[in-house]
Design a protein around this ligand. Structure first.
Ligand SMILES: CC(C)(COP(=O)(O)OP(=O)(O)OC[C@H]1O[C@@H](n2cnc3c(N)ncnc32)[C@H](O)[C@@H]1OP(=O)(O)O)[C@@H](O)C(=O)NCCC(=O)NCCS
Length: 242
């Protein structure tokens, strides 16, 4: 494993038993934002124009533009040549015309984005800016499994916020890995044991699955997690700063 969040060299081949996590700072010089905007497809430009606030437009442009750049490197194609297709619940994937086994998923929150890239197995990533929430317990009672709620309530007060976001990002990463989004009942699966120990695999209705859970540490103010399907040898996780 290379140094955490090292700036990547020009060429970073994507191995078969590897997941690359690209950390993207969304605050960029105007000239770079303009260059990335130039890589977007017409439907992405339409989406950009729908954001009311300039900062939301910028964050979307940078996140989508860098995703195109990273996928372009992996496929040896210009960023403008990347084509996407979308699952029933909106999960983006490489269009079939690329005939590629490269899988990816993106998360963005506040001024940071993460792009997870692998070959073959499905994966999902989530990232949340850790803000103070007044209604964390209400959200947990509604969306967390009984085991997760117990883990949250037993966490010392000083660690409760971090525990909440740890469970939240792990759960989101799972529903993003399956691509089913909120059509998947959130309380029916667990990412944490009652005693607050992090589970290594998602458990669905008490059954351990092949969905592996990995916490990520992109920044002290953000919680993040990766979920990847693993039914073979260990997968290497390599993190890069874009
Ligand atoms: C997509 C979803 C799964 C996550 O959205 P989110 O947390 O707002 O946003 P994230 O930054 O994590 O992810 C957004 C990216 O995920 C990808 N995405 C969109 N739909 C997706 C899906 N069904 N599955 C996986 N990835 C998806 C896209 O790349 C998107 O990026 P884009 O907006 O630049 O196109 C959405 O269904 C959602 O709203 N989740 C519910 C939030 C919630 O209440 N969670 C409770 C947890 S306890």
């Amino acid at each position: 494993m290379q140094d955490a969040w090292a700036v990547a060299p020009d060429s970073v081949p994507l191995g078969t038993r590897e997941v690359q996590i690209w950390r993207v700072t969304l605050a960029r010089p105007q000239s770079e934002v303009a260059r990335l905007k130039g890589c977007l497809a017409p439907d992405e430009e339409t989406r950009t124009a729908r954001f009311r606030f300039a900062e939301h437009r910028r964050r979307y442009i940078v996140s989508r533009g860098v995703l195109r750049a990273v996928l372009g490197r992996a496929l040896s194609l210009p960023a403008t040549e990347i084509r996407f297709q979308y699952g029933a619940e909106g999960k983006p994937a490489l269009a079939a015309e690329h005939q590629s086994d490269v899988q990816f998923n993106v998360a963005h929150s506040h001024e940071l984005a993460l792009i997870a890239l692998g070959r073959g197995p499905a994966l999902g990533v989530d990232l949340e800016y850790r803000r103070e929430l007044d209604d964390a317990e209400r959200i947990a009672r509604r969306f967390f499994s009984t085991r997760e709620l117990t883990a949250l309530m037993l966490a010392p007060a000083a660690e409760r916020n971090a525990t909440f976001f740890r469970i939240w990002t792990r759960k989101e990463a799972f529903i993003k890995a399956t691509g089913k989004g909120l059509t998947q009942p959130l309380a029916a699966f667990s990412v944490m044991a009652e005693d607050g120990l992090a589970l290594a695999h998602v458990e669905v209705e008490g059954t351990v699955t092949c969905w592996r859970l990995i916490d990520l540490f992109p920044h002290s103010h953000y919680g993040a997690a990766l979920v990847v399907w693993t039914d073979g040898p260990e997968i290497a996780i390599n993190s890069y700063q874009y």
